[in-house]
Design a protein around this ligand. Sequence first.
Ligand code: ATP
Ligand code: MG
Length: 393
Amino acid sequence: MPETRTLLIIDDCPEDRRIYRRYLLKDPHQSYQILEADSAKDGLALFQEILCDVILLDFSLPDMTGLEILDQLKQETFEVPAPVIMLTGQGDENLAVQAMKKGAQDYLSKQRLKADVLQLAVRNVIQHAHLQSVLSQTRERQRLIIQQAELLAQTQAALMREQKLNAFKSQIITTVSYEYRTPLASILAAASTLKQHGDRLDESKHQRLLQIIEQKARQMGKLVDDLLVFYQFDLNKAQFKPQPLDLCHFFSDLIEEQREKLSSRHELIYKMTGNHKDFWGDGLLLRQIFVNLMSNAIKYSPDGGKIEFHLIGNDSQVIFSVKDQGIGIPIDDQDNLFQAFSRGSNVDTIPGTGLGLAIANACVELHGGDIALESQEGKGTKVTVTLPKRLLI
Ligand code: ATP
Ligand code: MG
């Protein structure tokens, strides 16, 4: 036999209450502790004191209608309303339907009431309430599990960001301490030569030392700039602000800028073909891509040679490439070069931090494009960037 249930009868007719009690206590499937109230006021007071599993509610009580009692019950039992079975007199069926709309679980007509009908109705609403509570507990448990999983994912993401940041910080310390020492030593040596022997040096030596200072200081400045730029990408804080760009103008200006960095052994060739109209891009990011590819082409072809820039466009894409005839990249090193701080094993004393391609790659990604590298050691390198004319977000 299942556990004893507490049932509250609110009915002003003692005879009716006696009948319900008798019917229910005869139920072979369920045992009840039965409480009685002969008015709405007493019924509500009892309900507040004792936790009931089900209420049998007479529709017309002297001090309140059944609908008013339902409203009161709702106010008092916010989350777990006790199931209510409304008992109606003849002709009250319409009101009973209203009661159901207000939250009553069932209604029975007093006139046709039989023991088995009442027993079954009460057992049903108890079972229904039980299932409801199991369901809401399950939902609550599910909600908690989802909440915990979300919290866990957030914590893990924060932890990973933290780990990445820490790795990045220690990489910065290593890089800065290593990459700064060499140019700094050159600057200090040049400066101290100028200070001690400046008056005895001829003009060309003088100029050479000043040039070293300027060049090494620029190198150190670039390192800091690149670290800051890359740091923004690493924190996902880099902004992508596309606007219409006239690529012919844009690249022509940049090429003229780069021309100044070429040595007399280099020959710069550029070609712009196809349709590159209606391109939307972020000028600052595009500049990062171009300058990094171009500076690599110049830097890694110390013996000079041709440096070719080619821009081609079609209806939906623009493709540009930078090609040199420099030292190339050993095949085994080629896979990781878009990762920050990775460098080819053949760079020898050519200065660099290993950030340029990582920055270029991040800028290409923000444009929704693609970057690819082909290289042959000792022969040269070609980097090709493909960008959609307009990124559809
Ligand atoms: P920086 O941060 O100053 O650009 P970096 O040039 O070393 O330093 P990346 O531009 O990211 O860094 O290039 C990574 C590596 O890829 C380089 O160190 C070099 O080994 C190789 N590399 C890139 N471009 C070329 C190229 N055109 N020719 C030969 N090697 C290249
Ligand atoms: Mg570089």
